[in-house]
Design a protein around this ligand. Structure first.
Ligand code: ADP
Ligand code: ZN
Ligand code: ZN
Length: 725
């Protein structure tokens, strides 16, 4: 008997091996095989009785590693689609998606992990150990909880140990494999809208894509939990996908409090052991709920009965290296293969999903009202033409901030540009400090006295002199969050401004600490990038100032307006979530712009409609499917030449077999030079997804045979979100 094995190699093929006489194995198990002088762990994708290779050339399998397949038939089907659709080598999906220990051949056994519970009759610790108290209370509410989950809730091993040393909590050993779910009742009665949505979704038991469009705070999470309760009660598992986990430990705790059962939490910051356990617990069916960021979409939970994908428009669902998949699309495929419903939630659905909803492919559901608070306020446009600006803020806006702060309320200033200033220039001759590897402005970070390239990660000390004229008059140009913070510190010292962006919350726990301090009212003034726009509730926040979104109105990126609208709605949704009315102001040079006015006067859905019409008129996604071939090389001429050759190869040999597949563009990437490499893209487009995919598979096969293609680094990006990607 022969096996076809996927190996973690950058080759688009499977490898044949022979099973030792008398042995057999199932499809989907791991095997250890010889490869050259190495031993590799691979996955059996197929078994067969004959091989096309001469028998003496086929090496035997060293050992079969699993008795139970890692992937069942249904998962193997999804994986086969994944490989075919994203045009990648088999090893990328069959092997590289496994947690590292399994990829290295470790047995599918759980590593030991303590499960904690409160000692019967114990009382919360007293004094100033706030974290320990919080942990005690949480554990008291949750019942027995795995240590890994407590860490996701924001507690450290040290804090857990301290409580254990005080004999307030203890390990519970017999719960490791407990599959039980205890469902706590909801605190709320459903609103009519929520009830309708739930009834509608539950009336369709099998596969269906539900697009749940609901304003922030409309109770989408409550809807998810009701649906989950139902599915969990039928002894099925639930997969919840979120854009980012670190940002929202509150959401996790909400799920834990409602559902007392084992959960797997999966995201990129887990260490190998944590990932191993989380993955295996899902696979073994111990975890009834799996919550994770995009990569969790392929965790083989066999008893899946529901997938929820929150903030479905979020770009972080698209992986931008290696296997360049979109977790939203993969989740839909998984739900289809598993024949279970999937709910896509968002206040501002992507144009892709809206087009599917319009076409009747998605079941489009709405939550128009907020469950408790008033609706988010309508943003006001502030014309800043001819107005003097201080650190980017108009005088009238600063006055408005003063008014809200004087009333003891919180103010959020949103600026989506971190650093002190986006450029350093020479005051004498206009020279701009650029990254030599990317030809892009270097961002000045004053706190750490560095210039950074936000494209390739290059950093250096700020230049003391102009590279052109030698002048030492180097000045900063433009405003970043760091500078805004500095100015606001001076202007509103009593408001104790706090900045939240990727630079200010680098260390673990730092974000949580700042968010807690904001909740506690220690900071009245918040400065942030889009990091602050996601998922947080600030009840005392009554004014949101959006410093600038104008770039998006005239961008070369056709998705810029869509992203701008999503961001604006999301940021506006932070204000006035409690009983206080909020106010949102948007500074702009273009107060009459149609996009801005449509968004504000008629709402996101109307603007989306307008943008969709424009996309249809210009034959852009989602009305055309795109696949980008990305090429890069050290040498600019070479990469242009190769792309020309590939273009010709496609037109001459491939194109005519695949109706409607065209080269939409062959051009340098918008950011032509990055990290010292020159980048060229060919955009292929087609009306039919399957036709495009077939053509691209054919092209891939041709490129692998062609010598000229090997002179550059190339890869495919299917359904690209970003031309620069
Ligand atoms: P979303 O996920 O749409 O932002 P949430 O589910 O987080 O909304 O709900 C927002 C707030 O409203 C939460 O504090 C939640 O507890 C509350 N809430 C949700 N549904 C109801 C309801 N039916 N009645 C009262 N409060 C509700
Ligand atoms: Zn100069
Ligand atoms: Zn760079």
């Amino acid at each position: 008997m022969f096996v076809q094995v996927a190996l973690a190699l950058p080759l688009r093929r499977l490898f044949d091996y022979r099973l030792p006489d008398g042995q057999s194995c199932q499809i989907g198990v791991r095997v250890e095989v010889p490869f050259g002088r190495q031993k590799l762990v691979g996955l059996v994708v197929n078994t067969k009785l004959e091989s096309d290779y001469p028998a003496n050339k086929i090496k035997p399998v060293i050992q079969v590693l699993d008795t139970r397949p890692i992937y069942n038939q249904q998962m193997l089907k999804t994986l086969a689609w994944l490989q075919q659709y994203y045009l990648c080598p088999p090893g990328e999906v069959y092997v590289n998606l496994l947690p590292k220990k399994l990829k290295n051949g470790a047995p599918t056994e759980l590593l030991e992990e303590p499960i904690w519970q409160v000692v019967a009759g114990a009382k919360a610790p007293e004094g100033r150990a706030y974290k320990q108290q919080a942990l005690f209370h949480l554990l008291n509410k949750l019942g027995p909880t795995a240590q890994s989950l407590l860490k996701e809730d924001g507690f450290s091993s040290a804090q857990i140990k301290q409580l254990a040393d005080k004999q307030l909590i203890e390990e519970n050993t017999d719960l490791l494999t407990n599959k039980q779910v205890e469902i706590q009742p909801s605190e709320h009665d459903l609103t009519d809208e929520q009830q309708q949505v739930i009834t509608n979704i539950q009336s369709k038991n099998n596969f269906a894509v539900h697009l749940l469009q609901g304003v922030t705070g409309s109770g989408k999470t409550e809807v998810y939990m009701r649906l989950m309760a139902d599915v969990l009660a039928q002894n099925k598992q639930v997969l919840i996908l979120v854009p980012e986990i670190g940002l929202t430990p509150q959401t996790l705790q909400r799920f834990q409090q409602r559902f007392h059962c084992q959960m797997s939490v999966l995201h990129s910051e887990l260490n190998d052991s944590e990932r191993h356990n989380a993955w295996l617990k899902a696979w073994l069916g111990i975890s009834r709920i799996i919550i994770g960021t995009r990569s969790a979409v392929m965790v083989p939970a066999a008893e899946l009965g529901l997938i929820v994908l929150d903030e479905e428009h979020d770009a972080s669902y698209k992986q931008q290296d290696g296997l360049r998949y979109n977790a939203r699309d993969v989740a839909i495929k998984r739900a289809a293969d598993q024949n279970c419903p999937i709910v896509l939630g968002s206040a501002t659905p992507s144009l892709e999903s809206l087009a599917n909803a319009h076409a009747g492919k998605f079941n489009w559901l709405h939550l128009h009202k907020r469950a408790t608070a008033k609706l988010p306020p309508k943003p006001q446009l502030i014309d800043i033409k001819h107005q003097p600006l201080q650190s980017g803020l108009a005088y009238t806006v600063v006055q408005l901030m003063e008014k809200h702060l004087a009333a003891g309320q919180q103010v959020l200033v949103f600026l989506n540009r971190r650093g002190y200033s986006p450029a350093l220039i020479c005051h004498e001759c206009g020279w701009v400090a650029e990254c030599e590897r990317c030809d892009k402005h270097l961002t000045y970070h004053r706190n750490i006295q560095q210039v950074n390239c936000h494209h390739c990660g290059y950093y250096a000390k700020p230049p003391a002199q102009c590279a052109e004229c030698g002048s030492s008059q180097i000045v900063d140009w433009g405003i970043g969050t760091e500078q805004l913070e500095e100015w606001l510190q001076q202007r509103f010292p009593d408001a104790n401004p706090v900045r939240i962006d990727r630079d200010s919350v680098r260390r673990k726990g730092e974000l949580e600490a700042k968010l807690n301090a904001i909740q506690a009212g220690e900071h009245k003034l918040l400065i942030g990038t889009q990091m602050l726009a996601k998922g947080h509730h600030f009840p005392q926040l009554t004014l949101t100032v959006i410093v600038n979104l104008d770039n998006a109105l005239y961008s070369t990126d056709f998705r810029a307006a869509e992203k701008m609208a999503q961001l604006l709605v999301q940021v506006a949704g932070r204000a006035g979530r409690a009983e206080k009315t909020g106010q949102v102001v948007v500074q702009t040079h273009f107060p009459n712009h149609n996009y801005l006015n449509t968004l504000i006067e008629k709402g996101y859905t109307e603007l989306a409609q307008l943008l969709l019409k424009e996309r249809a008129d210009s034959q852009l996604p989602p009305y055309q499917y795109w696949c980008i071939l990305r090429m890069e090389a050290q040498n600019q001429q070479l990469v242009e030449q190769v792309s020309q050759q590939i273009d010709s190869l496609f037109s001459e040999q491939i194109c005519r077999h695949y109706q409607g597949v065209e080269v939409f563009a062959n051009m340098p990437a918008p950011q032509e030079k990055r990290a010292g490499k020159y980048r060229q893209i060919i955009i292929f487009s087609a009306k039919q997804r399957s036709m495009l995919n077939a053509a691209m598979n054919q092209l891939t096969a041709s490129l692998e045979q062609n010598d000229f293609a090997q002179k550059v680094r190339w890869l495919f990006d299917v359904d690209p979100l970003d031309l620069n990607g």
